[in-house]
Design a protein. Structure first.
Length: 173
């Protein structure tokens, strides 16, 4: 997910990039918008009540707001190496703003059951490309697949998804 942000930034700012494939990233929402949605989806999948889901969403929003106001390398959030300073630097970053200027082929893969990178983010990016008359984005939403492209039986389809992206990009050359 975060790798998608980095890959997208590199593609936007380095002219030698010829094509881009993003997996389980979204791109239409920034982390500050997507993370609360993701947390709510995860709580819902755990069987939480609507009140518990709302509490989780609000807790994440409050945490992200606190991090933005206190960007330090001395505290971490959601992983030992993920410092407040790191999150503060990317929480509001919307890759879509630069993406719409890209002229290279972009393949965006998204699982419909992704609880980590909510599909609504990728759907928004795709719709914004369409609304702006951009034709260089191929958006593919894989029904029933999660963040790692596993189906409901926990069978991985990652290799198939990556091969489809590679094939699409090579066809554009």
């Amino acid at each position: 997910s975060e790798g998608g942000l980095l890959a997208g930034m590199l593609a936007c700012y380095y002219p030698n990039v010829k094509a881009l494939a993003l997996f389980s990233f979204g791109g239409g929402l920034n982390f500050g918008e997507a993370w609360p949605i993701s947390s709510g989806l995860q709580k819902k999948a755990e069987g939480a009540s609507p009140a518990e889901i709302e509490t989780e969403v609000n807790t994440v929003k409050d945490s992200l707001n606190y991090i933005l106001k206190n960007p330090t390398y001395l505290k971490s959030y959601s992983g030992e190496d993920n410092t407040y300073a790191w999150w503060a630097s990317i929480i509001s970053l919307r890759l879509e703003n630069a993406f719409l200027d890209l002229k290279i082929p972009v393949f965006l893969a998204q699982g419909s059951e992704d609880l980590m990178a909510p599909p609504v983010s990728a759907q928004k990016l795709n719709q914004d490309f369409i609304n702006n008359g951009k034709t260089n984005l191929c958006y593919k939403e894989y029904q029933g697949y999660n963040h790692e492209y596993k189906d409901k039986n926990n069978k991985s389809h990652l290799v198939e998804v990556v091969m489809e992206a590679i094939t699409w990009i090579l066809d554009k050359k």
